[in-house]
Design a protein. Sequence first.
Length: 519
Amino acid sequence: MLLSIQEASKWASREFKKEITPSNISYLIQYGRVQKIKKEGKTFILADELKRYYEQSLVKEKIYKQKFEDINWHLSFDWVKEKDRTKHVHRLHPYKGKFIPQLVEYFLDDHIDEFKKRVFFKKGDIVLDPFAGSGTTLVVANELKMDAIGVDISPFNAFISNCKVAKYDILDLEIEIKKITQKLKNFIKKQSYIRFDEELNDILSDFNKKFFPSPDFKRWIREERIDEKEYSKKRIEEFLLKYFDLLKKYGLEIENKEKSGFLKTWYILPIQKEIEFVFEEIKKVKNKNTKKLLALILSRTIRSCRATTHSDLATLKEPVTKPYYCKKHGKICKPLFTIYNWWERYTKDTIKRVSEFDTLRSDTRQICLVGDSRELDILSELERKDKELFEKVKHKKIDGIFTSPPYVGLINYHEQHEYAYELFGFKRQDELEIGPLFKGKGESARREYVEGVAKVLKNIKKYLKEDANIFIVANDKFNLYPIIAQKAGLKIIEEFKRPVLNRVEKDKNPYVESVFWMR
């Protein structure tokens, strides 16, 4: 049975008793999960193919439940669309290792439903996140009419968090963006690499249409009708001949011979020049909050413009300064030669996101402090940074915690934003990270991790109410949190195990994390 995209959406929603939108179906077509069939200029798919795809999704749930008997499937939030997982300011900037807002909402919100029988927080409470990361807890607390304090050892993490919860003059933001965008456009017009890039795009488009038709090529690979490795190797060799001829025609220098520092290593020369140009323009902006948000947009922009493959954006391997076969997109891709398109896209997206959050935000206070939660005097720091919040904490104390400490040996938090530290001059404090990747996952690293997290909890206990609820999200495969709780003088009341279905990492094995409820 052939179905249009709209018909497929309605049919699948009825068949599997969950909302499956036309955009969900379009995604499956785009990435070759189901075959696109063209008929009279319209797009159709086979109902049987769609049914097979969603039946495999149901198998995933069965596998999880067989492996983890006490799993709470409701906490998977598998029904939540990707756009809602990254709603409004939650996606102002990429950040590895953050939890989804729905998880925070579940425990902070004072609603009662068939899945949640207890209320842990209420409007007017003060929430603390001693491992604030990119500020998800702070943003959710604002929406739920709660004050919130974050603490993070990384100055850039705190910068992201504070940008998310700040209030903006949208008109001023729009004016400054328009001004800088036009100046960038004029700057680019004078550069010869733009004409080179335009010609390269035309040649590349024709080549990909001929040798890597989408979405057919991805389906051919899945059906093993072609050898992806051999085929792509032959085609990229052909295309590079065209590429080097074009470089010679325009007499361009792409690579920076001086490889000192992140920016000179991971950005080709044309991109470096544009980054420097935009940053100098941002420095001229008078409104402080506008200036900070523009800097965050620039950071988001340049992260997308690093000289690497699309598959390696999350974990850089080696600089890529010429076209390459892209396994992610199933075609030949190339490094970027201008930041303009990403800058324009992210400025528009940012205005939309902060404007949306403006309609949802409450008149409460949130701030992320830079400091080591193992020893930071939160009251003293608040007195310097936010007098109003200082008075509240001083007189009524903090009602509870919702946080997710780093996982042992998983991420180097400073390193993931190395480009921003170098460009903006933030002070790096890598050596103070708890459980970083560079320290590994061995016995010594685990002992140090236990001591670090326990020390954080012991330090912040003095700011908490007597009956404060503490929620800690962790993938505790080494069973460290019972020891941590004991060392911190806390008791684990309950452990909620949740499946993590939408992971950035390529590892698709069943993955579960725990939410520890302590007091």
